[in-house]
Design a protein around this ligand. Structure first.
Ligand SMILES: CC(=O)N[C@H]1[C@@H](OP(=O)(O)OP(=O)(O)OC[C@H]2O[C@@H](n3ccc(=O)[nH]c3=O)[C@H](O)[C@@H]2O)O[C@H](CO)[C@@H](O)[C@@H]1O
Ligand SMILES: C=C(OP(=O)(O)O)C(=O)O
Length: 429
């Protein structure tokens, strides 16, 4: 099993190209199930989750081909991929595939809309809470689907097709918004989704569906209106830059000090998180090429944060921010409101000398002047990168084990950081 070895203490200086967003790429790839024409996606990141979803879509009959040409030399692996679901050959998404990744459950929307049936295993994904699927089931039922749970599978049927309706989410859910938007795009008549998620990935998906011929308005606000159409065509669409990768490297620079340009990053995708990084004492500047983050000399100021749905501070940056706060010059309080079990990084950060105590939904972090390298274990995707952030500033050597979590969501992490002066390497085997 691969490990990452880091020797801390170097400032980060240079440029980091920001990859296409994992959490936009996954629903966009799934949208390829909705047409028998080709959907071409540009800026697809090279990540374990993307490869896994390619396998899952292949099982339903989606062919794909990758453009050989590199899009940007620096971004290396980000690619243009053509997806074609000429025929859906199987409407079952089996446990062996779906259990590895939460987003693969989302095929339920397109399969049901196009084929009038789907049988999808209950999902897996990062172990950060119970992560039920009740909102998907309620929402699809509101569109006329008949749904049963049988032996760990959600079995959905809509023999007469889906029919538009008004559905108010009792709780904001990114995944359920993606799925209902896709299902409603091919339903009869109008659907109005209230209390919908407003994340930029929702807007990216709605833009793509509209380019395919859907009629969706209001994405990015909490009310989305969808006028169903009978069929969708192919399209060419670009994946937005990864706002979580952007925030992660911004926090890494705030932690180590230095000066880094996050190439291709967009401020509008993560305003709140960048405000918070600025409050810790880093300089954050939008430039024509991306976002520049610098911190010279001054210490790290403690800042309290509470995770919230977009446009609030994202839960997917909570662990990284805690990594940064471990060396602040005071006490900060970090409150997690989205997932009930997303503090698995606390005990691993403690191995590096962090002082953190948990009180219900909050973590109280007392900054320390120095961290010291140690062997640590990645427990989930964002938790593992919080350990990398802490290790970059710790004295001596840290090894991060179970790197497969990192590979789900960070493209060429060790290469991007070492090009900015970090001492970091992957040890295979
Ligand atoms: C692949 C992807 O894009 N994953 C992101 C997506 O996950 P995901 O779409 O799974 O997250 P949701 O927005 O659905 O989850 C938000 C909250 O709603 C709850 N819930 C959700 C669905 C449901 O049917 N019932 C229910 O109770 C969840 O348990 C959680 O407490 O949004 C999360 C919140 O921004 C991010 O952390 C994940 O990185
Ligand atoms: C939690 C995440 O992913 P998933 O929803 O796929 O588990 C994430 O991207 O941080």
């Amino acid at each position: 099993m691969d490990r990452i070895r880091i020797v801390g203490g170097n400032e980060l200086k240079g440029a980091i190209p920001i990859s296409g967003a994992k959490n936009a790429a996954l629903p966009l790839m799934i949208a390829s199930l909705m047409t028998d024409d080709t959907l071409t996606l540009e800026n697809v990141p090279h990540l374990a989750d993307v490869e896994q979803l390619i396998r899952i879509l292949g099982n339903h009959g989606v062919d794909y081909s990758v453009n050989g040409r590199r899009e940007r030399q620096d971004a290396g692996y980000s690619r243009t991929i053509h997806f074609t679901a000429r025929n859906i050959v199987d409407t079952v998404a089996p446990y062996e595939l779906v259990s590895k990744m939460r987003a693969s459950f989302w095929v339920i929307g397109p399969l049901l809309a196009r084929m009038s049936e789907a049988k999808v295993s209950l999902p897996g994904g990062c172990a950060i809470g119970t992560r039920p699927v009740d909102l998907f089931i309620d929402g699809l039922r509101a569109l006329g689907a008949q749904i049963e749970i049988e032996s760990g599978y959600v079995v959905a049927k809509a023999p007469k097709g889906l029919v538009g309706n008004r559905y108010a989410f009792p709780k904001v859910s990114v995944g359920a918004t993606h799925v209902l938007m896709m299902a409603a795009a091919l339903a009869k008549g109008e659907t109005v989704l209230e209390n919908a998620a407003r994340e930029p990935e929702i807007v990216n998906l709605a833009d793509c569906l509209n380019a395919m011929g859907a009629r969706i308005s209001g994405a990015g606000s909490s009310t989305i209106t969808i006028d169903g159409v009978t069929a969708l065509s192919g399209a060419r669409h670009r994946i937005i830059p990864d706002r979580i990768e952007t925030g992660t490297y911004a926090m890494a620079v705030a932690m180590t000090g230095g000066d880094v340009l996050l190439e291709g990053a967009r401020v509008d995708l993560l305003e709140k998180a960048l405000d918070i990084v600025a409050q810790t004492g880093a300089e954050v500047t939008q430039t024509n090429e991306g976002i520049r983050i610098a911190r010279n000399g001054a210490g790290i100021s403690p800042v309290d944060v509470t995770t919230e749905p977009f446009p609030g501070f994202p839960t997917d940056l909570q662990a990284q921010f805690m990594g940064l706060m471990t060396m602040s010059n005071g006490r900060s309080k970090i409150t997690e409101t989205i997932f009930e079990n997303r503090f698995m990084h606390v005990q691993e950060l403690a191995r590096l000398g962090a002082r953190i105590s948990l009180a219900g939904q909050s973590a109280i972090v007392d900054g320390v002047p120095r961290l010291k390298g140690a062997p640590v274990m990645a427990t989930d995707l964002r938790a593992s990168v919080s350990l990398v952030i802490a290790a970059l500033a710790a004295d001596g050597e840290t090894t991060v084990n179970r790197v497969y979590h990192l590979d789900r969501g960070f493209e060429r992490l060790e290469e991007k950081l070492s090009r900015c002066g970090a001492t970091i390497e992957r040890i295979s085997g």
